[in-house]
Design a binder for this molecule. Structure first.
Ligand SMILES: Cc1cc2nc3c(=O)[nH]c(=O)nc-3n(C[C@H](O)[C@H](O)[C@H](O)COP(=O)(O)OP(=O)(O)OC[C@H]3O[C@@H](n4cnc5c(N)ncnc54)[C@H](O)[C@@H]3O)c2cc1C
Length: 430
């Protein structure tokens, strides 16, 4: 079987399909030299490129992507931009660490907001806050833990019962919820396009140009792409879920697919059954749970399901997503999906990123763990600082460092076993 070294999704990204047609950037077709090559033009790659330009405007900066803008995970995600880092516990040492993380995160969100506010496209970026909800005992237990953490951190929140949730979001599926204001919702494909659009023009971006190999030479690196090679002094690996496929970080980052569907625009009568809040996002309390959104233009979005290393058939994904949406909204008329798609996330065993210099002049930021819109932007920027010998905060101390994982077949067996157990345990949250 042919080895997959870059994403090749079965369907187009639904968010991107709602935007005006995108004019692809050119594909690299001749050999070039560069001072730095950035592999991947998602949030991480773009932030790295922008920062590199600020630090060394005369450098030749090249960015390549296997796909085109809006069609990578940076356009395929659910569009939650969380303003605060979370801890697994409410110990005072964890809380002190979080204050430092949150300063960095808040600075990054402000930069993203600035781009969104001056973009030609409407990124639909609004500080809506987010609901965390529980439908079963497993969810309730984890919600209580989250509540304790919010209380200990003195973070604003509101506890909601089934009736209150029903009033706001039109479903009595959940037994309890917690509303926190620390989240923005955005149209992710519009956001990544806007970030791309505002890059300095001297940065050379090539699309549909996957890196097939990164080879180390004495004083430089060679990046092989299907039609040409790039000779470069430094490399920034920002292809997240696919870094291991290039033989970089494969003991730390695994490729996990998850899926989303957007409905057609709902009519007024259907919208009137959806509660009083007209732009909201729900995050699950269990890591295998479903994310839900009501978009500002009157659609529902659901994101759920996981597969190890291989994208599931879209027909079966569609059936399952429809079922999970119906469970939450049995009273709504049959909903038509406008689009259904899969996307890859980089999973690490302990949820910490893989970040830093991992070989001479080879730098990496990967392992988003399904939450890298803001953190990817932050880590990409800091990676360029590191590669240009600028001072950086202690990322490992603040955000942790991805731990070691076995390779296949053990990894696949482990993932499938744990997911099977957890899927059963937390059925109601999925
Ligand atoms: C369905 C879904 C929902 C999600 N929801 C959220 C959310 O609500 N909030 C949130 O913060 N995060 C969410 N995520 C995760 C989020 O999408 C990622 O954290 C974010 O995109 C990470 O940005 P990145 O630039 O690090 O990586 P990516 O966005 O994955 O970008 C990597 C880029 O590298 C390219 N690439 C891969 N291999 C190669 C190669 N060999 N050569 C060249 N280019 C290559 C890809 O085409 C891609 O464009 C979600 C992900 C999915 C799939």
């Amino acid at each position: 079987m042919k080895k997959i070294v870059y994403p090749n999704y079965k369907t187009k990204c639904g968010w991107n399909a709602l935007l005006p047609e995108y004019q692809n950037k050119s594909t690299l077709s001749h050999d070039i030299n560069s001072d730095v090559v950035i592999i991947g033009s998602g949030y991480t790659g773009l932030a790295a490129a922008k920062r590199w330009f600020e630090l060394a405007p005369d450098d030749a900066i090249t960015m390549i992507d296997a796909s085109s803008c809006g069609e990578g995970s940076s356009g395929r995600n659910s569009g939650f931009l969380i303003e605060i880092a979370l801890a697994n516990d409410a110990k005072s040492t964890s809380l002190k660490r979080l204050i430092k993380c949150n300063k960095l995160i808040s600075r990054t969100i402000n930069k993203i907001k600035q781009v969104a506010s001056t973009a030609t496209l409407d990124c639909e970026m609004h500080r809506t806050g987010t609901y965390r909800v529980a439908a079963g005992d497993v969810g309730l237990k984890s919600l209580l833990k989250y509540q304790r953490f919010l209380e200990a951190s003195k973070l604003e929140h509101k506890i909601l019962n089934t009736e209150q949730l029903n009033e706001l979001i039109g479903t009595n599926y959940y037994r309890q919820g917690l509303y926190t204001p620390h989240c923005y919702l955005a149209q992710p494909a519009a956001l990544i396009r806007s970030l791309t659009e505002q890059l300095p023009p001297s940065i050379q971006c090539y699309e549909n140009t996957p890196a097939l190999e990164c080879l180390k030479n004495k004083s430089h690196w060679i990046i092989k792409t299907p039609q040409a090679e790039i000779k470069t002094k430094k490399v920034i690996v920002a292809n997240n879920a696919f870094c291991g496929k290039l033989g970089i970080g494969n003991h730390r980052v695994a490729t996990i697919y998850t899926y989303a569907a957007l409905t057609e625009k709902l009519d007024e009568e259907t919208l009137s059954l959806l509660g009083t809040d007209n732009n909201w996002g729900i995050l699950p309390t269990h890591r295998l749970g479903s994310t839900l959104r009501r978009t500002i233009d009157g659609r529902l979005m659901i994101r759920s399901l996981y597969n190890y290393d291989k994208e599931e058939k879209i027909e079966s994904v569609t059936k399952k997503l429809r079922y999970h949406l119906k469970m939450r909204y049995p009273n709504l008329p049959e909903l038509n999906f406008h689009s259904v798609w899969g996307g890859a996330t980089g999973l690490t065993l302990n949820g910490a990123p893989l970040w830093g210099q991992i070989d001479k002049n080879l730098f990496i930021s990967a392992g988003c763990n399904g939450g890298g819109v803001v953190k990817g932007t932050l880590f990409g920027e800091l990676l360029s600082d590191l590669a240009n010998n600028q001072p950086t905060p202690n990322i490992q101390q603040f955000f942790g460092q991805a731990s070691w994982m076995p390779l296949d077949p053990f990894r696949e067996i482990g993932f499938n076993l744990v997911s099977m157990i957890e899927r059963n345990r937390a059925k109601a949250e999925i």
